[in-house]
Design a protein around this ligand. Sequence first.
Ligand SMILES: [Zn+2]
Length: 339
Amino acid sequence: MFLKWLESHFFLLGYNPVNHTCPRVIVKDFFNISGPSKLKAYHIAKCIVKYKGNIIFLYFIESISFLIYFIVGDILIKIGIIGGTGVYDPSILINVRHVETKTPYGMVSYKVGDFAGKSIAFIPRHGSKHSIAPHLINYRANIWALKKIGVSTILATAAVGSLHLPMKLGDFVLVDQFIDFTKNRVTTFHDGGERGVVHVDLTNPYCTSLRDKLLVVAQNSGLAVHSQGTYVCTEGPRFETPAEIAMFSKLGGHLVGMTSVPEVVLAREAEMCYATIAMVTNFAAGISGVPLTYGEVMKIMKQNTENLKTLLMDTIKLIDIEADCSCQHALAEYGGFKI
Ligand SMILES: [Zn+2]
């Protein structure tokens, strides 16, 4: 009877009628309750359902399956930020709390906070102390975790080298294409077996609608911005040789970096809108004639942090979290992305 009532009123997310749990989301992730009540909430809250676009926590007393109360609130996290080199701190957010989410690829630790009335998840791609090398980032776990908590739009930042002289130090580039020169990365959630094989369309790998918003904001803020650019992704962590850069340039690359692939590909497979804000922090090897240093990258990054923050904040204000986009139906012909 109770289940019938529940099913008629809510869309259940992985609800298990045997033990009344919804194991896909851990309740403590979403609560910021201090003291003993935190423990209590974790132990008695057994189910999370979605109703009219909001996450609702249904509280059961264990084993009695009796609904004691529920909370309806706009706490669904729809926007994620993946911070690249130089962006380790979600300083634009308030009410920041630390969250861990379990995925089939391992645990992901990140922060959740609020900005402009929206809940936002923040993952520093290289870890909070830049301790994860580009080739060792757990890309699948990061994207899976964001998808699992409800994120549909990701803004990613990236420090990049320029191969194209008009893209100068400190300029922002709203990447629209990539060329993949990575060597040892898994670039799909679908390696056969239970999850099957999919061939996702990447005609426009970076969300066009999100890039349009970023462009409007950047132009209105007077930032030096390029509306498009081709990102060549290398394996790293070493920088490239001048011979490689000359080749990338001949192939049509404008920028070089080490992280956009497979992140952008996985985000599309997971049917999320994804855009990269690339910031030119150096000229690639052989372009400027001066040897490349990590210090050079960090110096430019630091100088431009405020501009990047403005760009992120003003774009988040423009994002309609209920809006639909073709990115969010990328696997429609395969029955959608399954988590
Ligand atoms: Zn999109």
